[in-house]
Design a protein around this ligand. Structure first.
Ligand SMILES: Cc1cc2nc3c(=O)[nH]c(=O)nc-3n(C[C@H](O)[C@H](O)[C@H](O)COP(=O)(O)O)c2cc1C
Length: 158
């Protein structure tokens, strides 16, 4: 099985999650991680699994992640298992209060990524998942790397 994790990251937290996901895949899967700036639709050739992750910025994935998803041709993910994750702030850490309500209302990056992956023909193998950073720039909260590894392992069993 050939797997690819494409990620974007400003402060390194999403990159760490991407690497934990790569390491969580069993040795039967050969898995590469690619920063989104290096990822092109040609990397999808011969792929069995594509996992895409982004920091949540203004309730959405980053522009490079959105551009990458848009660059995938229609049905370009047919026959490929897909999953999406993001990193995000905990609403408890968001000040002021109205912003915390907006974060709750407008959501996070993982779901729109998952929707786009499915729209391009991919087969979703996991619910979109978010991993929490401390404050607005991290580091990651305790045990999030372990949770990322468990998330991909359980996706692979499904
Ligand atoms: C300009 C900016 C906007 C952000 N917007 C959100 C947001 O809408 N929702 C959220 O949960 N976190 C938000 N965050 C926190 C980021 O999700 C956090 O910086 C990110 O998870 C860190 O990942 P990275 O180190 O890979 O960049 C924002 C952070 C910045 C700096």
């Amino acid at each position: 099985m050939k797997a690819l994790v494409v990620y974007d990251s400003f402060f390194g937290n999403t990159k760490q999650v991407a690497l934990a996901i790569r390491d969580g895949l069993t040795s039967e899967e050969s898995c590469e991680t690619l920063h989104v700036s290096d990822a092109t639709p040609k990397h999808l050739k011969g792929l069995d699994i594509l996992i895409v992750g982004s920091p949540t910025r203004a309730f959405r994935p980053t522009k490079p992640i959105t551009d990458f998803l848009n660059s995938i041709p229609r049905d370009g993910l047919k026959g490929i298992k897909v999953a999406a994750f993001d990193t995000r702030m905990s609403t408890a850490d968001v000040r002021p209060r109205f912003l915390s309500t907006m974060v709750g209302l407008f959501g996070y990056a993982a779901k729109p990524i998952a929707d786009r992956l499915a729209k391009k023909g991919g087969t979703l193998i996991a619910q979109p998942e978010g991993f929490f950073v401390k404050g607005s720039e991290g580091p990651l909260k305790d045990n999030e790397l372990e949770r990322a590894s468990a998330w991909v392992k359980s996706a692979m069993k499904a």
